[in-house]
Write a protein that binds this ligand. Structure first.
Ligand code: GAL
Ligand code: CA
Length: 377
């Protein structure tokens, strides 16, 4: 054996001895480790796969941290409510996870939607009733779960509001819109003596009413006319029927009334703009608003389509129903109570004796139309 070979062999022996000394199990463990290696490699991509999953989970976890609030809109197919809904969605962004439901003008459907939202674990409910009398059934469901409820736009009775300490209302003072609309009628009637077409000193009017039993419809009808009478203008009601807040129904009624009364009608009073716009379409089809054929029409809401008509001179005026602030107040209250806070916490809203936030109206004519345009931006 030459020296070199001896050195190599002895070095190897030392190495083996050293290795086995450090880790007696090493020789047997080695193949196991080798087998384990590919397994570990396989595990690696799995771990990598887990990584994006964890990243995906992060925003989900953030969302889950936002309070969940269940909303209903009595029907999406309502011009004014579409603006309230938009305001709700804008104000809830980043603050709440919202479940939004179209109740399709069906109270039974809305009640089912409330059940579903409760089962999905909402922390508060914000309800635009289909039927103002539907509040008690919803209050009962909420009360069983200890859930707070914010009603909006369709005001429940004072009795229903008092029946549950965890319910509130966001809307308006309905009478105010009637008084303001009446004031527009008074001012324009006095400024335009030729609108009394038959010259009898009496204002012959037709009235397009909103949903019967809806506090806004009842109060607007009552107070608009009362304001005119109180201003010393004698009136005669030629027609009064419900157009259910709807443009198509407003047009159909106006078609029939025009066919029956023609120019004996001296003023068209509509509980909301959608119906006023329907009436204008009917009048236009009969040649009104061209030459000196004119008919005064007045609405409520001051929605963007109505503002266009005011500028064109086909709508005398409207009353701003502040969708932006009603949507904001609804979210503010529903969010606070979902978090167990005072409903008004961190807000400038105030509650009246029936736990209602009342967003003010504003009469709108060409003079101050910019205010309404700004509000619906
Ligand atoms: C009123 C509004 C109507 C209609 C109604 C629905 O406040 O003026 O246009 O949207 O609410 O409840
Ligand atoms: Ca007259």
């Amino acid at each position: 054996m030459n020296k070199k070979l001896w050195f190599v062999l002895s070095s190897m022996l030392v190495l083996v001895m050293l290795l086995s000394a450090c880790s007696p199990a090493a020789p047997t463990a080695a193949p196991a480790a080798e087998e384990a290696a590919p397994a570990a490699e396989e595990a690696a991509p799995a771990a990598e796969e887990a990584a994006p999953a964890a990243e995906e989970a992060a925003p989900a976890a953030e969302e889950a941290a936002l309070p969940k609030i269940g909303f209903t809109i009595y029907k999406y197919d309502d011009n004014f409510m579409s603006f309230v809904r938009r305001a709700i969605e804008t104000n809830a962004e980043g603050k709440a996870e919202i479940l939004m439901n179209d109740s399709q003008n069906d109270q039974a459907k809305q009640n089912e939607q409330v059940d579903t939202m409760i089962s999905k674990g909402v922390q508060s409910l914000a309800i635009n009733l289909v039927n103002p009398q539907g509040a008690s059934a919803i209050i009962k469901k909420a009360e069983e779960e200890g859930l707070p409820v914010v009603f909006f736009n369709k005001e429940p009775s004072a009795e229903d509001m008092a029946s549950y300490d965890k319910c509130w209302y966001v809307g308006t003072n309905s009478a105010e819109s009637g008084i303001m609309q009446g004031q527009i009628i008074v001012d324009t009637w006095k400024a335009n003596p030729d609108w009394d077409k038959n010259g009898d000193g009496v204002m012959q009017y037709v009235l397009l009413k909103g949903e019967p039993g809806h506090p806004d419809a009842e109060a607007r009808t009552k107070y608009a006319v009362e304001t005119v009478v109180e201003a010393g203008i004698p009136v005669e009601e030629l027609e009064l029927q419900t157009g259910m807040w709807d443009s198509v129904k407003g047009k159909e009624l106006m078609d029939a009334w025009l066919a029956k009364h023609g120019d004996a009608i001296e003023y068209v009073i509509a509980n909301n703009d959608a119906m006023a716009l329907g009436a204008i379409a009917s009048l236009q089809a009969e040649g009104y608003f061209t030459g000196d054929k004119f008919m005064p029409v007045v609405g409520v809401d001051a929605i963007p389509d109505a503002l266009v008509q005011i500028k064109e001179g086909t709508l005398v005026g409207s009353v701003l129903n502040d969708a932006a602030n009603q949507g904001k107040a609804t979210v503010d209250l529903a969010l606070n109570v979902a978090l167990g806070k005072d409903p008004l916490d961190g807000t400038d809203w105030t509650l009246d004796e029936v736990k209602a936030v009342r967003v003010p109206y504003l009469g709108i004519t060409l003079d101050n139309i910019a205010v309404a345009e700004e509000s619906y931006k």
